[in-house]
Ligand binder design. Sequence first.
Ligand SMILES: [Ca+2]
Length: 101
Amino acid sequence: MNVAGTARLSLAYGAPGTLPKLVVCDQSGSVRTAQTVLTGDINRDGLVEFLDYMAFANAWNTAEGDAAYNRKTNISLAPSGPQAIDFFDYLVFVSVWGLGL
Ligand SMILES: [Ca+2]
C-alpha cells in the first residue's frame, strides 16, 4: 500500500533473544506492527547457520515460478524483472553467515 505523508517508526522489544517488532504510526494515529526478521535466517530460528545454507543451496539458481524457488532465500531483491536466487543473494548470505540473536 502506498500512502503519501509521514509516519513514525519505532521498534518494540520483547523477550531477550527475540527480534523486535517494527511499529508504524501513520498521520491518522493508526498503529500497525510487523515482525522483523534477521536477513539470511531462512528458517526463522534466530541464527544464520547450516540449516539456512541448506535451504539456500536448494533454491540456488531458481527463479519465481520454479518448483524449488524459495522467496525467503531471495535476500537481494532485483530492482526490476523476475526475481531469482543468484550471486547477489549469495553475497548477502555470506555477509550475514554466523549471525544470531
Ligand atoms: Ca536459521
